[in-house]
Design a protein around this ligand. Structure first.
Ligand SMILES: [Zn+2]
Length: 245
């Protein structure tokens, strides 16, 4: 639907331009005037700030991965989201969130954990795709069998233009602000990252750190570090948005 609208808009711009040039030829005849008409016909659209859609991964019966102390990522994701929402709101952004409490957002009346999980993910995706002009971030914590792995890593899909630049901008912010040793590269995802892949807006899955790394998990469990992570994501997002103005 959006593609068709974009095509129509493009075609209309072309028609308007062609008509303007034709009018200039009839009335003015001079090449110089035609040039002026072309310049004034392509009016830059005023910048419209996007809606920021934030997702705190997991929630309710789904805790996500856990640290060695048994702290599940769902609460860490939520705390980071709440700090990030506050920062964005202070800057005047409209912010939507998939959840702001510890819960699954599946439809009422759905029975069975698998069905509830599927409904929950569908509802998160529906919010990601609710706005034509949105930027979506899904916040998670990582885990790996080797406990030495650490550091934030951004995942993006190539289905929507802008996702890779947004991922790079947030990755750069992590390196410059809190993880100077982080050598991780942003990673292209496939359909296995459902929200990332099927989102129709620029979207990044932010893996803030590894709960399987005891030192990083200890940091991620503190409110002070959660605030730092939120501010880092905020900075990366701001850097990206500055390129759109
Ligand atoms: Zn997760």
């Amino acid at each position: 639907m959006r593609d068709i609208r974009k095509k129509i808009a493009k075609r209309l711009t072309g028609i308007v331009l062609a008509v303007s040039v034709a009018v200039a030829i009839v009335y003015f005849g001079a090449a110089e005037s035609i040039e002026n008409v072309i310049q004034t016909s392509v009016i830059k659209q005023p910048y419209e700030p996007p809606v920021i859609v934030l997702d705190a991964g997991h929630g309710g019966m789904d805790g996500g991965c856990s640290s060695m102390n048994g702290v599940p990522e769902k609460g860490i994701n939520l705390n980071i989201l709440l700090h990030l929402r506050q920062l964005l709101r202070m800057c005047g952004y409209t912010v939507e969130v998939t959840r702001d409490t510890d819960r699954s957002i599946h439809d009422e009346g759905i029975e069975g954990i698998a069905n509830q999980k599927s409904s929950d993910m569908d509802n998160r995706l529906a919010l990601f795709n609710q706005y034509e002009n949105a930027i979506c971030l899904s916040i998670h914590q990582n885990q790996f069998t080797d406990p030495s792995y650490s550091g934030a890593q951004m995942f993006y899909s190539n289905q929507v233009k802008g996702s890779s630049a947004l991922a790079q901008s947030i990755q750069d912010a992590f390196v410059s602000q809190i993880q100077p040793e982080n050598k991780r590269e942003i990673k292209l995802c496939g359909k296995e990252l459902f929200l990332c892949y099927f989102s129709e807006n620029p979207t990044v899955m932010v893996e803030c750190g590894f709960l399987s790394n005891p030192e990083e998990a200890a940091l991620l469990e503190t409110e002070e570090y959660q605030q730092k992570v939120a501010f880092t994501i905020f900075s990366g997002l701001q850097q990206y948005l500055a390129t759109l103005v």
